[in-house]
Design a protein around this ligand. Structure first.
Ligand SMILES: [Zn+2]
Length: 349
């Protein structure tokens, strides 16, 4: 968004009169934030500052925003009991240790029922994400290029550019989703660097014990697949397995897992209608994407697929941006932008 729009939204959203009119007129909606890593300097983890997260939660409390879990937001939106309040929900993807322990403690301090989506194979210690394995390889190589073999073609990537891992990850997501782990293994052989079986310290997953402890303190948990492969590139059987097995593990280990799901990466071409149907058949209430937008009451009622690709906002590391994202003016902006985008890319979606 350009700064002119950002300033305009900030200004109109701070008007008390417009705020009260907006509350009367706008449909009930929820701002759902999506977080990834939290900063833990002693473990070498880069991410959102815990101090910033606390400041944001403080602001939301002091300004009468109401926290809601993702599952409750979906249920209340579906059964029409979501009041026109200033709702905010938080989610964290993957299940890294600090997301559960550090972030979990901060959310618990504010009585905020955040939801953590777990890659169950990662928590079980059977794998660490292929994207992170690839980062590990590229961080530790002196090679200037690497050739990746996809089923249909080979592609050579220049490793001398900044953030060289990004185009490689994007290509694997697009052309090799089902073989992501084998492709990374092939890259490891080409670069002659062995991938450790366990992740490095800064990539440690939460343990099921840590998850259960935080569940007692109000955090909620739901599956995020077994392997974190892009689901639109998987066969029907693989998609079904990712859903069934990840739900099975979360249900075995947690007391009250949420009946919701989250797609790896979550861009529009990274999940598909086959997933919507499988999730619906499995009785799953909703699934979350990484597209920007708000959980919108009227849309969930009118579009049967909307609840299987509910958008979320990336949690900003800038305080002013957070204030803007939770405002009704940004909601209107995203709605207008989203409607335009959807009509271009999905037609009658
Ligand atoms: Zn993820």
């Amino acid at each position: 968004m350009n700064t002119r729009y950002a300033r305009l939204i900030k200004n109109v959203a701070s008007s008390r009169m417009l705020n009260s009119i907006a509350k009367q007129l706008l449909p009930a909606h929820v701002t759902i934030f999506m977080l990834h890593r939290l900063e833990v300097p002693e473990a070498g983890v880069n991410g959102l500052s815990p101090v910033h997260l606390e400041r944001c939660l403080n602001y939301l409390c002091e300004n009468n925003y109401r926290f809601i879990s993702l599952e409750e937001a979906v249920q209340r939106t579906l059964n029409g009991t979501l009041e026109r309040e200033k709702w905010v929900a938080f989610s964290l993807d993957d299940g890294f240790a600090e997301q559960v322990t550090l972030a979990g403690n901060i959310f618990s301090k504010f009585d905020c029922p955040a939801t953590c989506f777990l890659i169950t194979g990662f928590i079980d210690g059977n794998l660490w994400q292929w994207e992170h394995q690839l980062n590990f390889l590229l961080k530790n190589t002196t090679a200037t290029s690497v050739t990746v073999k996809f089923a249909s073609a080979e592609q050579t990537f220049n490793l001398q550019i900044p953030k060289a891992h990004r185009p490689v990850i994007a290509a694997i997501r697009k052309h090799g989703a089902n073989n992501a782990y084998q492709i990374v293994e092939q890259i490891s052989q080409e670069l002659q660097i062995r991938i450790p079986s366990a992740p490095p310290l800064d990539e440690r997953p939460a343990t099921w014990d840590e998850i259960r402890t935080m569940e007692e303190r109000g955090m909620q948990f739901a599956p995020h697949t077994v392997t974190h492969r892009i689901v639109s590139g998987l066969s029907d059987d693989e998609q079904s397995h990712e859903i069934a097995e990840s739900f099975k593990r979360v249900k075995q280990e947690c007391k009250q897992p949420s009946n919701i799901f989250c797609y790896p990466s979550g861009q529009a071409d990274q999940y598909d209608e086959r997933m919507f149907n499988k999730l619906r058949d499995a009785g799953v209430s909703a699934a979350f994407s990484a597209l920007p937008g708000y959980l919108n009451g009227p849309q969930i009622a009118s579009d049967p697929n909307y609840r299987y690709a509910i958008p979320r906002m990336t949690m900003p590391d800038n305080f002013d941006e957070l204030v803007r994202y939770v405002s009704w003016a940004q909601y209107l902006y995203e709605k207008f932008k989203g409607n335009n985008k959807r009509s271009q890319s999905y037609g009658a979606y």
